[in-house]
Design a binder for this molecule. Structure first.
Ligand code: C2O
Ligand code: CU
Length: 476
């Protein structure tokens, strides 16, 4: 039913099509319970392994753990996470840092080489120590040569629990991504000029949790939570569910008033939490990506057992976010234009905070810009000036204009944006750290600039990020 009207190619279609009245509002925010410390070692190394989705010869993956290709870290709200990053990569100059995507951590923990820390060279280590302030579905990845590091698998998921108002009957974590594997069974180039200058270089082998045809058993007649992650460097998904009623309960980890899922467009790095009412024993549900000519099955869920719930599907909301509420009265509006470099001019580098380091680790190609400026691809000796300087504690409205022909999933570190308006998409009220701008969209978002620092602001289509569409905003 839901497929026909909203498949691939409907560029300006609204992903949000409420079919019935909205659900119950989110519950009161969870209270952090301090006291527990979780120690995590992220031991980055090349570990050849055969992924289930590619049962050929082992791939030279880069992973954070010898035990699993994609670690999943689970914390409670209030837990302190102490992480030691070990760079066990051996290629000279292949440095690392960990960015905690979507987590509102202090700037010193933000993990951006040259901005908030020195890069960690092969053989080096680095420690992170923070208490995540929000519940939700987050992840972590490196922030330098990300196109290759993420392309080879270097990422992990981070879940902060404690946001359920009533427990659901089950939970699945699904991480969707492609692998760029060539005919010879090795990796294809992660960055290509044609890809970077257009919609990106797509993977050739698709996977969910590393499997080509992910399949799970779930309780029958039950409300099952799905934490769905798009961890691909490139591909935008248009997610739908067949065989069950489904509602979106969180976007980028932050609770929304549950609304029925028709399809939802997920750019790279975006997450949604869904609740499904599973069918009777033996029946199955499919999560589908409709954005491709041949719709792709993200996962098949097979229901088992006696039904757990009877009444109509009315999924319990999650707990509200603790993100401060923007005060729009008198808020300043700042405008940002995302464009190809046809419109951009080079900007002189002015800032050198880690002297002696002379590589800002990006591609030497420049295709994309923000406000006519590009992340420096030339010289790599020093940082460009910030795109804007904000007053700490003030509310800002960002007007994000995509004046290019491509989609851009725009990400902001350190904050969550409250959605205000879009002239191209009908979207429900929500908070997000990554927003997918469709071609020619103008979107307005607001946030309280409550944390000082230099916060990265970039396209999360990694080839766009690495070919210019990146900058930072300073909060003083
Ligand atoms: Cu997930 Cu600066 O990115
Ligand atoms: Cu982009």
């Amino acid at each position: 039913v839901l497929a026909a009207a909203c498949g691939a190619g409907a560029l300006l279609a609204a992903p949000f099509r409420p079919a019935r009245a909205e659900g119950r509002p989110p519950g009161a925010p969870a209270e952090p319970r301090p006291g527990r410390t979780v120690d995590l070692v992220l031991d980055a190394a090349e570990r050849p392994q055969a992924l289930p989705c590619f049962a050929g010869k082992p791939l030279p993956l880069w992973t954070f753990s010898a035990d699993t290709a994609l670690p999943i870290v689970r914390l409670g709200l209030g837990d302190r996470l102490r992480t030691r990053l070990v760079n066990g990569l051996t290629r000279p100059g292949e440095h690392l840092a960990i960015h905690w995507h979507g987590l509102r951590v202090p700037i010193a923990q933000d993990g951006v080489p040259y901005i908030s820390q020195r890069p960690v060279e092969p053989g080096g280590t680095c420690d992170y120590d923070f208490v995540p302030p929000d519940t939700g579905s987050f992840f972590f990845h490196t922030h330098c040569n990300t196109v290759e590091q993420l392309g080879r698998g270097l990422a992990g998921l981070l879940i902060v629990e404690g946001d359920e108002t009533e427990p659901y009957d089950g939970e699945l974590v699904l991480a969707v991504r492609d692998w760029r594997i060539g005919e010879d069974g090795g990796f294809l180039p992660f960055l290509t000029d044609t890809g970077a200058g257009n919609a990106g270089s797509f993977g050739t082998v698709r996977s969910t949790n590393g499997e080509a045809a992910a399949r799970f058993e779930v309780p029958a007649g039950a409300d099952v939570r799905i934490r769905l992650y798009n961890v691909d460097p490139t591909r935008i998904l248009e997610v739908g569910v067949e065989g069950a009623e489904a509602a979106v309960v969180a976007i980028d980890g932050h609770a929304v008033v549950p609304f029925p899922l028709a399809t939802w467009r997920m750019g790279t790095a975006m997450r949604i939490d869904l609740v499904l009412r599973t069918p009777a024993d033996g029946a199955s549900v499919r999560l589908i990506d409709w954005r491709v000519a041949e719709p792709w099955t993200i996962a098949t869920l097979v229901a088992r057992g006696a039904p757990k719930r009877r009444g109509a599907f009315d999924p319990a909301p999650l707990r509200a976010s603790r993100v401060p509420e923007p005060d729009l009265r008198g808020a300043e509006t700042l405008r940002f234009e995302f464009a190809s470099t046809a419109a951009a001019a080079a900007v002189a580098a002015t800032d050198e905070r880690f002297p002696g380091i002379d590589d800002l680790c990006l591609s030497d190609r420049t295709f994309w810009s923000i406000n006519k400026t590009t992340w420096p691809a030339d010289g790599h000796h020093a940082l460009p000036p910030p795109l804007a300087v904000l007053r700490r504690g003030a509310t800002y409205v960002f007007e994000l204009s995509n004046i290019s022909k491509q989609f851009h999933p725009i990400h902001f570190h350190g904050f969550a944006w409250r959605f205000l308006s879009s002239d191209r998409q009908e979207l429900p009220p929500h908070l997000a750290d990554t927003v997918l701008l469709v071609p020619r969209e103008k979107r307005r978002v607001a946030f309280v600039a409550d944390a000082p620092g230099d916060w990265m602001f970039h396209c999360h289509l990694i080839e766009h990020q690495e070919t210019g569409m990146m900058g930072y905003v300073r909060v003083v």
